[in-house]
Design a protein. Structure first.
Length: 434
């Protein structure tokens, strides 16, 4: 009965689908901060009469604005529009109360675009950085996100995560039939591509540490199997097809192992698979349901969900095995743990004692032990940290359908990501590209 219950919970809370074509996500800031810094981003210079295929400055402006930390100024108010250092007049930007200035110039060398840009501190009247990137036409949009990453780090001291991707599952329904799809898009929702389309459920996507592969669970043959698929080629392989449940795959930080949930020996338990040899090692042996593993960034421990205490709570076990230790104590339900990139926090789905049964995203401080609730939805689930730890993407509901949302780790900035129709669920943020 526990196995049946687990499958039902997975289908109700995690399953999603999509039509055979990919639609871009639309990102909307629903809450920012009052102290957002005014930043001037000047349209980049361009040395050709032809129209440049990508407006780099506009992408940088949109990236920075979505963080909620910055407020790009209207270019129509600019007193000057420099594209080189010598043309910068700090007085012009002080009059607009700009805190920082970004300028740039783009040249074309055969089939390669060269993006040269600078970031200035207006109050101090000095250049912070100067940088140049090279990209071909097809990579120009990604190069613009790389510019955003460099600018963001110059202004905050923290690496940006704009040139990353997100994977998610989405569903549409036509003539009473659902269509499921595993999608990958840029972090800003552009360039979506469908990795797999199926009339059967797909769930639990997980990125490899190098960002080149995605693992997931597919019911395409009417029972769950775990697959690993290459992003670029589409080549895939089933790595777990045991009797019973094959679920919740997640790579170790070094990419050599994978934690997963199997019920082949009885109740669902956490196993670790050697990716190269496919050898299995069982970590938990409880008669309870053990599921949703998550590796710590150092690869030494695995957090997971278990109902061994009577309700779903978060536990931790050494990656080499041993006794498990309970981590969550506040609230009547805590599940789907995910470590922050620095290992200091653990995001989870939380139901508080006085929340009227609402499922919300919360963050546990691993050192202090305090729990902070970040969201206010009724059915928020599947948290995933950005690789720089600044944001958490998650799934929620809006007007009866699944959408994606994001919240800063301090809870001050909120975003909503959605497609025009269909449900979107189970988002997972990619690692930094290597």
């Amino acid at each position: 009965m526990k196995l049946i219950r687990l499958v039902i919970i997975s289908l109700l809370l995690s399953l999603v689908a999509l039509s055979a074509w990919a639609r871009p996500l639309v990102i909307e800031i629903t809450e920012g901060i009052d102290s957002a810094l005014p930043v001037a981003i000047v349209p980049f210079g361009w040395d050709s009469a032809a129209v440049i295929p990508v407006d780099v400055a506009e992408i940088v402006s949109s990236d920075l604005q979505r963080t909620g930390l910055f407020e790009p100024l209207d270019s129509g108010d600019f007193l000057s529009k420099p594209t080189g250092i010598d043309a910068v007049k700090f007085r012009d930007w002080r009059l607009l109360n700009a805190s920082n200035l970004v300028i740039g110039n783009i040249t074309q060398d055969s089939d390669v675009y060269v993006i040269e840009f600078y970031v200035f501190d207006i109050f101090k009247g000095k250049k912070l950085i100067g940088y140049a990137l090279r990209a071909n036409r097809g990579d120009l949009r990604n190069a613009a996100h790389q510019v955003s990453d460099i600018v963001y780090e110059a202004l905050t001291g923290q690496p940006g995560a704009f040139a990353t991707q997100i994977a998610y599952i989405s569903v549409t329904e036509k003539a009473g039939k659902k269509r499921y799809s595993l999608q990958v898009s840029d972090a800003d929702g552009f360039n979506p591509q469908s990795l797999l389309n199926s009339p059967e459920p797909i769930l639990s996507p997980s990125w490899s540490p190098d960002g080149r592969q995605v693992a997931y669970v597919s019911y395409e043959e009417r029972r769950p199997r775990i697959y690993v698929q290459e992003i670029s080629s589409g080549k895939r392989e089933a790595i777990a097809s045991f009797s019973g449940l094959n679920s919740a795959p997640v790579w170790s930080p070094d990419g050599k192992s994978m934690a997963l949930v199997l019920s082949k020996d009885g109740s669902p338990d956490i196993y670790v698979m050697d990716v190269a040899s496919r050898d299995l090692r069982r970590l938990t042996t409880s008669a309870a349901i053990e599921t949703e593993p998550s590796w710590s960034p150092d690869g030494k421990t695995i957090a997971f969900t278990s109902d061994r205490g009577g309700s779903p709570q978060i536990y931790r076990v050494s990656a080499s095995g041993g006794r498990s230790k309970r981590l969550s104590f506040e609230g009547k339900y805590n599940a789907r743990p995910r470590f922050s990139p620095n290992g200091e926090y653990l995001a989870m789905v939380h139901v508080g004692n006085n929340s009227n049964g609402a499922y919300r995203i919360a963050v546990l401080d691993m050192d202090v032990g305090t729990l902070r609730v970040l969201t206010e939805g009724q059915l928020d689930e599947s948290p995933s940290f950005a690789p720089n730890g600044s944001m958490i993407i998650y799934a929620t509901e809006q007007q009866g359908r699944g959408v994606l949302a994001a919240v800063s780790t301090d809870g001050r900035v909120h975003q909503r990501l959605s497609i025009q129709d269909g449900d979107t669920r189970e988002p997972v943020w990619s690692p930094f590209k290597k």
